[in-house]
Design a protein around this ligand. Structure first.
Ligand SMILES: [Zn+2]
Ligand SMILES: [Zn+2]
Length: 476
């Protein structure tokens, strides 16, 4: 089909999409608490004629909108959760919270979901007009920041029937995301001891805080003996009371273990569990543990990545007004970054030379170019719940420019940029790239079969869900 028609539909829907994005920016709801955001999405999906399913997998803020009939089933993933402590006025170049201590869209998820929905609307209208054949499903995926919502949805049966899934993330470059992420598992350890006067009768006390400290020391010694690509992070969720003259009867640690894949993350977790037990034994305290969440490693799909790249090149890049460029340049002066933009830039000489030239050695405020795609088995030590989707259906993703070059992730700058005409241009661009890619998958069956063959080969060992059967998502 003529993709210009899809792009035109998205242009027509620009007011609906930017209004939705602004609403989600304003609501700024935390993980699994995205009730107003969900209502806003469901309202648009219904008015656009999608068949809406709410409460997916028993999660109040997970939903889907489906249109079409028969194969291929193509999924488009959307997110909408915010981050705490990042409330910020929009469109200004200084840190100024709207609500002191409030939440903000510091990862650009207001744009992410709205662009994904825009693509779904365009594809839906093309199916309706008889220009495309198949089924498009928009997935509202909650809790990306807080609790790996997609992992819960993956465990409970979502995504399996799809022929492919596509998604994107707001960013400072137009680039294909490739390679693999680490798998992760988060666990809370609670130590329980016996309170006593720390000087008067310490022999009767058993310190949960000592146990927590010993656990951290034990894990510190474990680090030398871990498999490559593994990492362990921790935080104190509770260090007992505030009085040093009390033997602390409670302490809580949150651990995140990461491995190259779920099997390795689970194996590492067993060793951390043993250290927790050892710390409890040494201090004569009790320890219990509770899983919080987990994510799988990402399975990349070069066929789909090439498809997204072709569409990144096919859609005209946004051009910016002088006012937008001045805003971007001023915002860029509020933080310090070094090096060239792009995740993959350092890996490949040709790519590096291209990016250096286009970005004025990283000094440009706006990266208004597409970074060349080179398939890579690069390992990213971070984790994402898109990984779980990628074990169930061929999946690929890209980033598109919605904020100035080098903006730090999860920052007030991203919240400021997220409700500006600068960001809307990235939203519309991403929607067109996604819609064009879905159109290709619905018309080129050989391409889709190639993507599926690559997926089957890469996932032979099967999906090993990183969370337990009965685990419920953490709210907030
Ligand atoms: Zn984020
Ligand atoms: Zn994000």
């Amino acid at each position: 089909m003529d993709k210009q028609k899809l792009y035109d539909i998205i242009e027509t829907k620009r007011p609906v999409l930017t209004a939705l994005s602004d609403k989600i920016w304003t609501y700024a709801e935390l993980s699994m608490m995205e009730h107003r955001s969900t209502a806003a999405y469901v309202e648009v999906l219904r008015s656009e004629g999608f068949n809406v399913q709410e409460n997916l997998c028993g999660i109040a803020t997970a939903f889907s909108g489906t249109y079409g009939s028969g194969r291929p089933y193509i999924g488009i993933l959307g997110e909408y959760d915010a981050l705490s402590g990042l409330s910020q006025e929009a469109g200004i170049t200084e840190k100024r919270p709207l609500v002191e201590g409030g939440c903000g869209q510091g990862c650009g998820h207001n744009l992410l979901g709205a662009a994904s929905l825009g693509a779904a609307i365009a594809v839906k209208q093309a199916i309706e007009a008889g220009e495309l054949k198949g089924t498009v499903i928009f997935y509202g995926c909650p809790g990306e920041e807080g609790c790996a919502g997609k992992t819960f949805m993956a465990r409970d049966g979502m995504f399996r029937d799809l022929d492919a899934a596509l998604c994107w993330h707001p960013g400072d470059v137009n680039e294909i995301s490739t390679g693999s992420n680490a798998a992760s598992i988060q666990v809370e350890y609670t130590f329980t001891g016996i309170a006593a006067h720390a000087a008067g009768n310490p022999q009767h006390g058993r310190s949960a805080l000592d146990a927590a400290e010993l656990m951290n020391v034990g894990v510190q010694f474990l680090r030398e003996h871990m498999e490559p690509k593994c990492s362990v992070h921790y935080s104190f969720a509770d260090a007992g009371g505030l009085s040093p003259n009390v033997v602390q009867p409670t302490a809580k640690l949150i651990y995140m273990v990461r491995g190259e894949n779920v099997r390795k993350a689970k194996a590492l977790l067993k060793r951390v569990d043993n250290i927790a037990r050892g710390a409890a034994l040494m201090t004569e305290t009790q320890v219990s543990s509770r899983q919080i969440d987990g994510t799988s490693s990402t399975v990349s799909n070069e066929v789909l990545e090439q498809l997204l790249y072709d569409n990144l090149l096919a859609v005209p890049l946004p051009s910016y007004t002088q006012k937008e460029l001045t805003y971007a340049a001023t915002l860029k002066t509020t933080y310090h970054t070094e090096g060239l933009p792009g995740d993959r830039t350092e890996e490949n000489r040709t790519v590096r030379a291209f990016v250096a030239e286009k970005s004025d050695n990283g000094n440009a405020a706006v990266n208004d170019f597409v970074i060349p795609y080179v398939p890579s088995n690069h390992f990213n030590p971070g984790s994402s719940d898109v990984g779980d989707v990628s074990w169930l259906t061929p999946t690929a993703q890209f980033t598109a420019v919605t904020w100035p070059s080098g903006c730090p992730g999860h920052s007030w700058q991203i919240v400021s940029a997220g409700k500006t005409t600068f960001a809307y241009k990235g939203l519309i661009y991403a929607a067109k790239v996604l819609a064009g890619s879905v159109a290709d998958l619905m018309t080129d069956h050989i391409l889709l079969e190639k993507a599926r063959a690559e997926f089957r080969a890469a996932t032979e060992e099967g999906y090993d869900c990183p969370i337990s059967k009965d685990l419920l998502p953490t709210i907030g």
